[in-house]
Design a protein around this ligand. Structure first.
Ligand code: FAD
Length: 366
């Protein structure tokens, strides 16, 4: 079976990896757009602490979070170990004990089905500061030891190399869909058609442009996220946990190279406006320094900008495109695509090769 994947972000790279390992002939076409969400994503894997939007969503998200350990092992067998993955733990932060109490009840109710949550504990402000020294001195936390982080850019590169090693062909170019008689015939690149039995459209926030000429309206829009990388030269930040302040969507996390990442804006209506703005920088830095004033003297390394592919409900879109046989969509990963992507892609790859969707993705059919 020959399958073309359009897009090489976390969704496309993961679909390609799973398809090629299942024995399919795979070609990936990737355009390397500025603002690729996967290259800007913070990389937090912790879907258990905050209440999710629906039971269907949480059912997928918790399995997706658990799947990362298996993916890391599988990539290691393929010689790929540099993806920034580490279970550093995560903390929900609040000065209000009742907020932490409510969250603790939610997480404790989930641990039986999600043992990867790990140990659950309440931490006093001094204990929080011990784990993340830049934090201010009056915030307590709910800590889960299974919270993890990874580097989306490195993970996508690792999946690209590993899938290529298994035989996937990666091409750089601008893909268009080729449809004939209500069926996908392949993908056009640079004026030539790559024929295919099936196509997986994993083009993130840009996907609607490919479907529009064929009369299909994919309800996905770009939501800009600005995220700031800070340096703390000489400080070992490798084991610092993920911080999730309870009152906002903002967060802080750290990587091995004395780097703290603080984010992010959620700019609905941004279009593909690839710019770092004064207001965006202020919002992100104000929030970060409110929680962690110890970062005030950190070095500004860079700001990354990514366009999250957002569906109207915030749910992913995973399944067949009605009216075009052989065309599948993996999209709408929104703010949690580095968590959901690899596992959702695995299920989508199974759907493509077997013709039967997992019950975990049927609620998200497009
Ligand atoms: C600031 C920020 C922080 C985030 N933090 C987290 C987090 O902590 N945890 C988490 O789980 N998720 C996080 N996310 C979400 C996650 O990054 C996204 O949901 C995910 O990366 C989306 O992946 P994707 O493959 O669908 O899209 P993308 O990564 O955008 O990839 C789409 C690809 O398709 C290509 N493409 C488009 N059109 C064409 C074409 N015609 N031909 C060829 N190629 C094409 C593009 O060039 C692009 O490379 C964050 C996102 C942002 C922006």
């Amino acid at each position: 079976m020959k399958i073309v994947v359009v897009g090489g972000g976390i969704m496309g790279a993961s679909v390609a990896y799973h398809l090629v390992r299942a024995g399919a002939e795979v070609v990936v076409v990737e355009r390397d757009d500025q603002g690729r969400a996967t290259s800007a994503g913070a990389g937090i894997i912790c879907p258990w602490i905050r209440r999710e939007r629906s039971a269907h969503y949480y059912a997928l998200a918790r399995r997706a979070a658990a799947y990362h350990a298996e993916l890391v092992a599988s990539l290691a067998e393929d010689g790929e170990t540099e993806i920034g993955y580490r279970r550093v733990g995560a903390m929900l932060l609040s000065t209000d004990p009742s907020v932490l109490e409510t969250a603790e009840a939610v997480v404790r109710g989930r641990v039986a089905d999600a043992p990867e949550i790990g140990a659950i504990s309440r931490l006093e402000p001094a204990e929080v500061q011990e784990l993340f020294p830049a934090v201010r001195e009056d915030i307590a936390a709910l800590h889960v030891s299974g919270g993890a982080r990874l580097d989306g850019r490195s993970l996508a590169q690792a999946l690209e190399r590993a899938s290529a090693r298994h035989g996937a062909v990666w091409r750089r170019g601008d893909a268009v869909l080729v449809v004939a008689g209500g069926r996908i015939a392949g993908v056009g690149v640079d004026g030539a058609t790559i024929g295919a039995d099936a196509v997986v459209l994993a083009a993130g926030a840009w996907a609607p442009d490919l479907l529009k000429p064929h009369g299909v309206d994919l309800p996905v829009v770009p939501q800009r996220g600005q995220i700031v990388h800070l340096g703390l030269p000489g400080v070992d930040t490798s084991a610092w946990p993920v911080l999730l302040p309870a009152e906002t969507d903002h967060y802080l996390l750290a990587f091995d190279d004395s780097r703290v990442v603080v984010g992010a804006t959620r700019e609905t209506g941004s279009g593909f406006d690839y710019r770092m703005t004064a207001g965006g920088q202020k919002q992100v830095l104000d929030e970060a320094l409110r929680v962690a004033p110890g970062l005030a003297n950190a070095t500004m390394i860079e700001t990354r900008i990514g366009f999250r592919p957002m569906s109207p409900t915030g749910d992913p879109l995973l399944g067949k495109v009605a009216g075009i046989d052989g065309l599948f969509v993996g999209n709408g990963l929104g703010p949690s695509g580095l968590t959901l992507g690899p596992y959702a892609a695995r299920l989508l790859a199974q759907y493509v090769t077997t013709g039967t969707p997992s019950p975990l993705i049927t609620p998200f059919q497009f």
